[in-house]
Design a protein around this ligand. Structure first.
Ligand SMILES: Nc1ncnc2c1ncn2[C@@H]1O[C@H](COP(=O)(O)OP(=O)(O)O)[C@@H](O)[C@H]1O
Ligand SMILES: [Mg+2]
Length: 243
């Protein structure tokens, strides 16, 4: 399957307009139905598609994920039509630091919801976050796993000693721990008028990353990041800009 094969094709009532994203096992298209626009993810692998659908079912109406409008098969490929978001990276690179910290807070809430619903995303990173109606949402649940662990259970840091190193996208990483790394990314790539304040915020984000390694439980990690964020927001000059 290549991009050229599918642009212009009509899946159910959705016309594929252009490819907006590609991953290892999928291509994502902007799709039009009447005067509305959607995202249509065409999956190479059925396993990934099934996992993704299972996650979306558990997270339906939770606020952490996008709405699904249609699913099915087209010429041997499974597809999912969902809300069309804006890639988080587009916003981060032109967003000021205050706005980005607020956005990060929303990502934190999404992960909290997932944890409560027993969905481990397993691949939390900036390319798997979009904004929809000014709210951060997680996408790409193709490598999710499901548990009844919930927020109250603890897990040892020892099983995941590699936070802060390269390879953050491997399944070994826990969602809550990955957040600390993304926080640093949000801060590093933000626009900030004062270089001095930005440097302090960057140091705080890195400090949060180090502390998260010792937090021990998902609950502790989320709480720790929450308090760090409040501290950081207090320091950042928050000039609201429409997302
Ligand atoms: N609903 C969506 N709205 C906007 N962009 C999306 C949407 N879904 C996916 N994308 C874009 O497509 C890329 C690949 O989609 P993703 O679901 O992460 O696929 P993969 O499983 O192959 O990584 C994302 O990084 C994002 O840029
Ligand atoms: Mg992805």
């Amino acid at each position: 399957m290549t991009e050229e094969d599918l642009v212009g094709k009509v899946i159910e009532q959705y016309t594929l307009l252009r490819c907006i994203g590609e991953g290892s096992f999928s291509e994502v298209y902007e799709a039009q139905c009447k005067n509305k626009f959607f995202a249509c993810k065409v999956c190479e692998q059925e396993k990934q598609y099934n996992t993704e659908l299972a996650a979306y079912t558990l997270l339906k109406n939770s606020g952490a994920s996008l709405a699904i409008h249609s699913t099915g098969e087209y010429q041997g490929h499974k597809f999912i039509v969902m809300d069309l978001g804006t890639d988080a990276r587009n916003l981060i690179f032109r967003g000021n630091i205050g706005k980005n910290l607020v956005a990060f807070l929303q990502v934190l809430d999404c992960v909290k919801i997932c944890t409560e619903k027993g969905v481990n995303h397993n691949d939390i990173r900036e390319s798997n976050i979009v904004f929809y109606e000014e709210q951060a949402k997680l996408i790409d649940f193709g490598t999710a796993s499901f548990s009844s662990i919930g927020l109250s259970s603890s897990y040892s840091r020892k099983i995941n000693p590699c936070l802060g190193t390269e390879g953050f996208n491997t399944r070994a990483y826990r969602d809550t721990e990955n957040l600390a790394r993304i926080l640093a990314y949000f801060v590093r790539n933000s626009v900030q008028s004062s270089a001095q304040i930005k440097a302090r915020l960057q140091a705080m984000a890195i400090d949060a990353q180090i502390q998260c390694r010792k937090a021990g439980t998902a609950q502790n990690t989320l709480n720790l990041l929450h308090s760090k964020l409040e501290e950081m927001l207090g320091l950042a000059t928050y000039e609201p800009i429409k997302l």
